[in-house]
Ligand binder design. Structure first.
Ligand code: C5P
Length: 238
């Protein structure tokens, strides 16, 4: 497999074509952003930590029967993935109230959500990723009702698998965002799963160990990501 030209540079990852038309290389960069790109900083080791973290999680999800775009880790900061047609809809599940839900509805941060909530957002930076629903997604052609049903089922399945995985490490999976795409007509999980796209709290102290450390200027961002990784059995290079 040969890496060719840059296809697209996102806020934290760059995507490259390869000599295989069905495969892409994801390069995880140190760039970190929040608030739709308004807060930006390069954090040393982040690309490596998120690439290794994501590879570990994607492999666990595949083992548990969730189809993903992940193929293999190529280096500390690069992974090979299937080339998909992305569905421009973000799926968010929440087990505990935090972030956008607290802001929107005024519920208390930390309250348990039973059953967990499921929300859809349009992936559109210029519009600030507005909240949408299934009707809007179907009408505007972002996803079919069948695809939306599969995305919802897979997003909840990921919750069961990862809640248990993180619980073993003394961590609460508060919420997370997933993105899906189509590969040969099948809905599969894309993008990444790392502490950049989820909230993880220490189960005893409720200390925040995810990107909220960056959003809220708490410091120790990558140290927290590595701590989470170590607790679930990931070893990072020195
Ligand atoms: O901001 P909000 O509370 O709606 O985010 C819910 C979850 O989805 C958080 O874990 C957040 O990190 C993630 N998210 C994301 N990318 C977005 C929006 C939310 O990773 N564009």
């Amino acid at each position: 497999m040969e890496k060719r030209q840059e296809l697209y540079a996102g806020k934290a990852k760059s995507v490259y074509t390869t000599d295989d038309p069905d495969r892409l290389v994801l390069q995880f960069r140190d760039d970190t952003s929040a608030f739709d790109g308004k807060k930006k900083e390069a954090l040393a080791r982040k690309g490596m930590v998120n690439n290794i973290f994501n590879a570990f999680i994607m492999e666990r999800l595949e083992d548990a029967g969730v189809p993903t775009h992940f193929e293999q880790r190529l280096s500390d900061t690069e992974s090979l993935v299937k080339k998909m047609d992305m569905i421009p809809v973000e799926c968010v599940v929440r087990n505990i109230a935090a972030g956008g839900l607290v802001k929107r509805l005024g519920v208390e941060e930390g309250s348990e959500l039973t059953p967990p909530t499921f929300e859809l957002f349009l992936k559109n930076d210029d519009k600030g990723d507005p909240m949408i629903n299934e009707s809007l997604a179907e009408t505007f052609g972002w996803a079919t009702s069948e695809q939306l049903a599969q995305m919802k089922t897979l997003t909840y399945k990921v919750n069961e698998i990862l809640k248990a995985l993180f619980a073993h490490g003394g961590l609460l999976l508060v919420d997370y965002k997933l993105e899906f795409g189509l590969f040969k007509g099948e809905v599969i999980l894309g993008d990444e799963f790392s502490p950049d796209g989820c909230r993880l709290w220490d189960a005893d102290t409720r200390e925040k160990l995810d990107k909220d450390r960056f959003r809220q200027g708490l410091g120790g961002v990558i140290e927290a990501y590595e701590e989470v990784g170590r607790r679930i059995g990931i070893e990072f290079p020195a």
